[in-house]
Design a protein around this ligand. Structure first.
Ligand SMILES: [Zn+2]
Length: 298
């Protein structure tokens, strides 16, 4: 066969099967302590243009049900394992010494499938002082950019540092396929100033700027998901009972999850992410993986 003919056939194949050439990358941005009770009115007031642009481009807003205490450590552990407190022993924020084996952490089968992992976080709960600590040795790039100093003061630089490193990761890996997790959010200012305070809500705006900056550099084919772990008690500086969880994403989510018919749970989110990356092993073990994927599989 002539070289030109081979070339034309290849070109036709690429046009027919665009999925073969398309990048398959996902950026998950976690907004720690950013409840939907604050996010929804801010969206309606036009104060979160990053989230709004995901929705305007065909993305969806989903209410998410939580199945454990509305605190940080158990929720992110659930978010990144799909295993609940009875399975992991992680029930409260004090259970940081519990260790999850790497095989049970979301990143492991994704990385084993050939995807790069980026993991830039603002809390040691998600890095060295964590049930998820094994992630530290299972990423291609990552690190802790602490949001709180030893005296409990909020550090403004962490969000800009994480933003810069996340953008760098995307630029460095252009054309490659990756799973990038970025952890920021208003949690520290919620504890310091209280829910509904100006400073707490301003941190939503800064978190939204990170979404905008990431949207500005990702490829057309890279998908995005923004999620939180808990909100704040109304007018208070704690989150004893703040189950207002949500997800904004441009993944293809089944309609029942965004038309008000039913809610996905935190346990469903990692299964949804695994489905996106074509990691289906969890389906063979329904007694262990008790959630459902929210994704429409093409
Ligand atoms: Zn939290």
């Amino acid at each position: 066969m002539k070289k030109t003919k081979v070339f034309i056939l290849l070109l036709v194949a690429l046009l027919i099967f665009p999925a073969i050439s398309a990048a398959k990358s996902l950026v998950v941005i976690g907004w720690d302590g950013a409840g939907s009770r604050n996010v929804i009115p801010m969206l309606q007031a036009g104060k979160l243009p990053g989230l709004q642009s995901i929705l305007d481009a065909g993305g969806v807003f989903c209410d998410i049900e939580t199945i454990n205490k509305t605190v940080t450590v158990p929720t992110w552990t659930l978010m990144f394992t799909s295993l609940d407190s009875s399975q992991t022993g992680v029930t409260t924020n004090r259970n940081t010494r519990q260790k999850i084996p790497i095989e049970d952490i979301i990143t492991n089968p994704i990385r084993n499938s050939g995807y790069l992992i980026g993991w830039f976080v603002a809390k040691d709960f998600l890095w060295n002082n964590s049930p998820l600590k094994k992630i530290m040795s299972n990423v291609d790039a990552g690190g802790l950019f602490t949001a709180v100093d030893n005296a409990g003061a909020c550090l403004d630089n962490s969000v800009t540092d994480i933003n810069q490193r996340a953008v760098q990761f995307i630029m460095d890996n252009r054309g490659k396929d990756f799973f990038l997790f970025v952890h920021i959010g208003p949690d520290c200012y919620g504890h310091g100033h209280g829910e509904n305070s100006e400073r707490y809500l301003y941190e939503f705006v800064r978190s939204d700027e990170v979404v905008q900056n990431i949207l500005a550099v990702i490829d057309f084919d890279t998908r995005i998901m923004v999620v939180n772990d808990h909100g704040f008690d109304e007018g208070a500086s704690d989150h004893q009972s703040a189950p207002d969880l949500w997800m904004v994403t441009d993944l293809l989510i089944k309609e029942i999850y965004h038309n008000g018919e039913t809610r996905g749970t935190v346990r469903d989110i990692p299964l949804t992410i695994w489905d996106f990356f074509g990691v289906y092993g969890w389906r063979d073990n329904p007694s262990k993986y008790r959630g459902k994927s929210m994704l429409i599989i093409e």
